[in-house]
Design a protein around this ligand. Structure first.
Ligand code: SAH
Length: 226
């Protein structure tokens, strides 16, 4: 089902994702329908594939964005507080903000300042009110530290693969909250992990195999290009 959902418009892409059984209900579907991926990727935005956005970063494939929103859907409810680590293009941050609505907040944190600026420009194309009203806050920083100022978070999404689960992120997860994070294993393969905090206890579960760019330092990601 993955990769097969390309369309010629945002509506067609999201409809094809739905036909391929990616959505279990309306909420993630509605969010993706309401956010035009064309505002966030300059090339082939309606292909069900990742696209380069510069600085060794990619906007993830639509079916991966859909999967992330699905796993987090019961935590991205009206008024919830969420964190998007490695916010890149800003696309998923805005989808998450759609789901938490005007009374919720989503913090996007990204360590390439150029991408933070790009994401704000992208968001302002059709969703400037989210930034003006503080529903979306884009932070330039190292997401491995999370963003303690706005913690705890009901939902945390990590868009880059970590060597291990950063403790700062589990610490900043609210009780009853869920984090979805790609984690690199010893053999180099990556798994998408679902991490729930229930009565202060951490419950981890591997949900699928994935391929993400690494969650790393700014220098490792880009400085050798200068
Ligand atoms: N979810 C985003 C981007 C995915 S690519 C989208 O779909 O557009 C992963 C992003 O994580 C890249 O933009 C990269 O610059 C960022 N990143 C990698 N390591 C990071 C770190 N330590 N802190 C913050 N952002 C990081």
């Amino acid at each position: 089902m993955a990769w097969r959902s390309s369309g010629s418009s945002n509506a067609e892409l999201v409809e094809n994702l739905r036909k391929n059984g990616v959505f279990s209900n309306q909420r993630a579907y509605d969010a993706m329908k309401a956010v035009d991926r064309g505002d966030f990727a300059s090339r082939d935005p309606y292909e069900d594939a990742p696209q380069r956005i510069g600085y060794n970063a990619t906007i993830s494939a639509p079916h991966m964005h859909a999967a992330a929103l699905e796993y987090l859907q019961n935590h991205l409810v009206a008024g919830a507080n969420a964190l998007d680590v490695g916010s890149g293009s800003g696309y998923l941050t805005v989808c998450m903000a759609m789901m938490v609505g005007p009374t919720g907040t989503v913090v996007g944190i990204e360590h390439m300042s150029e991408l933070v600026e790009l994401s704000k420009k992208n968001i302002k194309k059709h969703h400037s009110e989210m930034i003006e009203n503080g529903n979306v806050v884009m932070i330039d920083g190292d997401g491995r530290q999370g963003y303690a100022e706005k913690a705890p978070y009901n939902a945390i999404h990590v868009g880059a693969a970590a060597a291990g689960v950063p403790k700062a992120l589990t610490d900043q997860l609210a009780d009853g909250g869920r984090m979805m994070i790609p984690v690199e294993q010893k053999d180099g393969n990556q798994v998408f992990m679902q991490i729930d905090k229930i009565n202060g206890k951490i419950h981890e579960k591997i949900v699928e195999h994935v391929i993400y760019v690494p969650l790393t330092s700014r220098d490792k990601q880009w400085s050798h290009h200068h």
